[in-house]
Design a protein around this ligand. Sequence first.
Ligand SMILES: C[S@@+](CC[C@H](N)C(=O)[O-])C[C@H]1O[C@@H](n2cnc3c(N)ncnc32)[C@H](O)[C@@H]1O
Length: 346
Amino acid sequence: MDSSKVSGHLSMNGGDGAHSYAKNSSYQRGILEAATAIIEEEIATKLEISTNSFCIADFGCSTGNNSFPAMHTIIEAVKQKYESSDLKTPEFVVCFSDLVSNDFNTLFRSLPPDRSYKAAAVAGDFHGRLLLPSSVHFTYCSWSLHWLTEVPKAAEGLMSVWHGGDERKEVYDAYLEQFERDMESFLKCRAVEMVEGGVMALLIPSLPAYWDPQKEYTVGSLADLLRSSLLDMAKKGKLSKEKSETFNIPYHVPTPGEVRAILQKSNSFSLERMDSLKSGTLLNVDGHVAFFRAAHQNLLTYEFGAETIDETFDLFKKKLQASPVYADPSNDRSLVVVAILKRNNV
Ligand SMILES: C[S@@+](CC[C@H](N)C(=O)[O-])C[C@H]1O[C@@H](n2cnc3c(N)ncnc32)[C@H](O)[C@@H]1O
């Protein structure tokens, strides 16, 4: 199997992964709360659209658990903006978009009954065109852009850095370049689909340029421990040594500086605002294990087999328990970038 291709085996699209992810969605809910004020403010000040129908697209909606409150926030802010300008409230449609393997049935079964929008499903890879030209007024994409379309060629076959730092510069740079290429494809497609003056909110998990591993942790160091659990599984003869040593996961968690540099290069969008929020997840060890399991289970099952998953995550949990750093959620230095962009007039 070609483990370097991302589509189809990303987690959080169904099965146990989606289930435990839903149970741990407070991870992203806290972030959404922090981002809500930014999104409301930017809609109030930057959105310049008066139209009878208003289309919002959520790329990487998963099963909707975190998407529904986000769509509610956006729609209420747009309604307020229209009301304050004496404009008639538009009709809303939300295009929920994710990979074809996403569990859209669960999403549609759990749509909020009191919603004030029509709902549509749009399945496909968001690095390609998915919607009609000039049809989208607001684009939202949360916790999805760090997944890469593939493990970069330059990193294939190399002992992986598990993406927590830049100690293997060659591999790190290859990941960063792939992230940049993927972001550019995403922006290029959204530029076609969005109307002039439309607004885009991107929420991207991020890492500080430095953290003290003796006292602090990030989503990057958690990923390092998962990597080390896989290597331990190989030492126990439970996984292929060669495969676990060269296994690279297709995501890049960027620094805020990396995100800014990429967004500022766009000719189609202006970067109106970018904030780096502390992720403030407040997860304990069990919470981290459940969240990481939800996020990686499908991929690791695909790569190493379902029979390896329980033991891998038992080892991961033991590693977290063995380090006092992970016992205190206030040691978490992970960040979330909230970037607000506006489609330029061309
Ligand atoms: C961590 S979940 C985020 C869910 C939700 N947006 C949130 O903020 O909680 C990442 C989602 O992005 C989707 N995703 C990742 N890469 C994608 C791609 N290339 N095209 C479409 N969806 C993608 C995954 O399938 C998954 O549902």
